[in-house]
Write a protein that binds this ligand. Structure first.
Ligand code: ADP
Ligand code: MG
Length: 342
């Protein structure tokens, strides 16, 4: 027998897609903070993340009305009608993250958009309440008791070490992709990671330490690609660690598209090709390669968790990345040998 799902069941299924584990909560909250223009994002985690995850930012904040709406399903300030879907330039747009969290956790959103006072919206067991609250401009979202009503999901999570490791990985990847935003991560009261928001070298310093950051070069390459009989601007920037330091896994090639930290194979492979024969067999570089291009050239909608994009001009993007990386390494090498010769 076929029956129509009720809206609560639909909400639960959707929540399962967006919020699969503590690290996905952190991803969604960081993306919201970045969309709000934050220059500073502080992430606090207790235990494996199911106890408490808190993300505080200094972004634009929300009015009382918006804050109350934000936790409802399919409410977003980022999309205006079906035509907008192809041109989103924000990280979020589905309006599903906060309501999904609210359906599997206790959610507190404390925010201020510059008014005389702030607002706190709490959703607990499906009940929403809105109160005034003190807060400087920005937003703090706190998620407690994650999956309290989903025992199977809770059980399926790994040990604290692993779940926190995933969270740490997310924060690191976003910090590397957004080097002008200050990030910090605190676990059980101890700060485990931070960046100062002063660029790629500093972000790599936070993630890999002084030895690696000291053996690297920043780069910024602007070009254009043709698509649909028009020229579109393409910017490729980031940091390349010199091939004297390599890794056995390709996961240290960090890629980002339009500010979204994601593992993109096209960019990663092109980056490795850009290093060319500077790498020995089965060795991979440490690099951050961020590609910015018109939203019209990417389809971010292909993956429900937005972890992947497809380029509408894949080979042009790949060629541009390979050239950018190769040029940057060649220039750095010339500069270094010139410095040695002096
Ligand atoms: P989406 O990001 O897809 O729009 P979310 O459920 O993640 O959906 O957020 C809903 C809305 O709440 C956003 O569109 C935005 O207007 C607002 N919002 C969420 N987080 C923040 C934040 N940190 N700062 C400002 N506004 C926020
Ligand atoms: Mg969002």
């Amino acid at each position: 027998m076929i029956s129509r799902l009720d809206s609560e069941t639909i909400a639960k299924i959707a929540a399962g897609e967006v919020v699969t584990r503590p690290a996905s909560v952190v991803t969604e909250l960081i993306e919201n903070s970045l969309d709000a223009g934050a220059t500073r994002i502080d992430v606090t985690v207790d235990g494996n993340g199911t106890e408490r995850i808190r993300v505080a930012d200094d972004g634009e904040g929300m009015s009382e009305d918006d804050a109350a709406l934000a936790v409802d399903r399919h409410t977003t300030s980022k999309l205006d009608g079906p035509d907008g879907v192809d041109a989103v330039d924000t990280l979020g747009f589905r309006g599903e993250a906060l309501p999904s969290m609210a359906s599997v956790a206790t959610l507190d959103v404390t925010t201020n958009d510059g008014g005389p006072r702030g607002t706190r919206v709490r959703v607990e067991n499906g009940q929403k309440r809105v109160d005034p609250a003190g807060r400087a401009v920005g937003t703090t979202v706190e998620v407690r008791d994650l999956f309290h009503n989903r025992p199977a999901r809770r059980k399926s999570l790994a040990a604290t070490r692993t779940e926190f490791g995933r969270i740490s990985d997310v924060v690191t990847r976003y910090a590397l992709a957004n080097p002008h935003t200050r990030f910090s991560l605190t676990h059980d009261g101890r700060e485990t990671f931070k960046t100062t928001g002063t660029g790629y070298t500093d972000a790599v310093l936070g993630a890999y330490g002084r030895d690696v950051a000291g053996q690297s070069t920043e780069f910024d390459h602007r070009t254009t690609v043709e698509f649909d009989e028009r020229e579109h601007a393409l910017e490729i920037e980031g940091l390349l660690v010199y091939p004297s330091i390599t890794r056995a896994q390709h996961t240290h090639v960090h890629t980002a598209v339009n500010g979204r930290a994601l593992r993109d194979e096209v960019i990663r492979k092109a980056t490795v090709r850009g290093y060319g024969n500077l790498l020995s067999n089965n060795r991979f570089p440490i690099a951050v390669v961020a590609v910015s291009l018109s939203p019209a050239l990417v389809d971010a909608n292909v993956h429900p968790a937005k972890a992947r994009v497809t380029f509408r001009t894949e080979s042009a993007v790949a060629d541009a990345v390979e050239t950018a990386v190769n040029d940057a390494l060649t220039t750095a090498d010339l500069r270094r040998s010139a410095a040695v010769a002096m």
